[in-house]
Design a protein around this ligand. Sequence first.
Ligand code: 4AD
Ligand code: MG
Length: 475
Amino acid sequence: HTKVKDLLNSTKPIDGISVKGWVRTFRNNQFLALNDGSIIHNIQCVIDFENTPAETLKRITTGAAVAINGNLVESKGSGQQFEIQVTQLEILGDSDPEKYPIQPKKHSLEFLRENAHLRVRTNSFGAIMRVRSVLSFAVHHYFQDRGFVYVNTPIITGSDAEGAGEMFHVTSLPIGNPPKTEEGNVDYKEDFFGKETNLTVSGQLEAETFAMALGQVYTFGPTFRAENSNTSRHLAEFWMIEPEVAFNDLDANMDLAEDFIKYVIRYALEKCPEDLTFLNQRLKDEEKNKPMAERSEMSLLEKLRFVLENNFKRVSYTEAIDILKNCKPNKKKKFNYIIEEWGADLQSEHERYLVEKHFNSPVILFDYPADIKAFYMRLNDDNKTVRAMDILFPGIGEIVGGSQREERLDVLQQKMAELGVDEEELKWYLDTRRFGSAVHSGFGLGFERLVLFVTGMGNIRDVIPFPRTPQNADF
Ligand code: 4AD
Ligand code: MG
């Protein structure tokens, strides 16, 4: 059978085609809108109802799977160039209209989240998931074309790469009767066949060891954070892309990140015109329900093009603090939190002010205070800032976190001691500094935050097939 996408892109009528897909709507016992997932659009199939048994017509319901034979003919009424004149129709799988949850009407995103296994049958989620797929291909394309080696870093690990203590335990303990400590608590030290292990929070440390042999590497895999945060930007399980490059300093790291992000966005614009046009309109319709002051000035497609056409603003943390100190609170625009001290971590409110109000552009913030960043970042000569960078995006906040790494063994060891990071546990990591150490840098891009930006969706739960959050881990 032929894909609907190919039929809709046909340049001429075709006799004797067959398609398979699912019924979206069926009107007047005659017009069947068929979708097969290959493209956002349905193809109109015109049924010869006078010569079709009433029994069959009754079974053409929303959600039913059908196989259709017919001819692709010029359409007069469907708003598309072609439609299918049906000669034969077979119901492959019925869908009881009394019970099928995805009716042809607008469902709330909350309702659809509870039906994650069926929501992909809607226009919006079909489009989002196709864009997500294309973006992940673009990630590989970008790095493979430039000679990066794809590394699969472990999911189960003994180390906490970020040192933030936000890890899920992995256990091989028997369910029901786990070994106990003398105090009677579950003995987690016995977790993974005698060792305490966790789900990875980042593949960075392992990627660094590979970069120090293969030069340029990247990971792209699932990552886990046991933070009990219920925001529209956090998941307990998300996908992260982490390139790591030997001999790159922080400036080269920024160049790489900016070039990479622009590449994948451009790629999606090229490969997903129908889906992005649909999502663009979806967002426009949604904005109409908002009060004037909250509406965004740019459409989704305009935002994407804006990012491609402008340089990200590169601003040091210290400059950003000065800007924030001098900004006037604006109750109406909801920016009323003014930062007081150099050294404070930026709240999302501050990030939004910088990106959406002050610079009106994606921003790369760099040289953060050492005290608010991870142990592995390169200490600057001022002894108080590190060569860190965060990329902040309009409507998203932090999309990338990265740094130049501390390549000096003694400085790194001292930092680890200060923070209580166990040297014995990271012996393998320190070997990269013991043998042939060199300047190197990398970053992590949260894949779902990228998909959020490109699709214009507002909640991270809506851009991953089966979201894992404190509320959603059912199936
Ligand atoms: O800033 P993070 O924690 O940095 C790292 O993990 C570094 N090891 C990366 C590196 O240098 N190789 O996370 C990186 C990015 C964030 O900027 C954000 O986009 C995303 O990962 N992220 C999350 N996305 C969804 N849900 C969460 N809970 C996330 N936590 C981080
Ligand atoms: Mg971060």
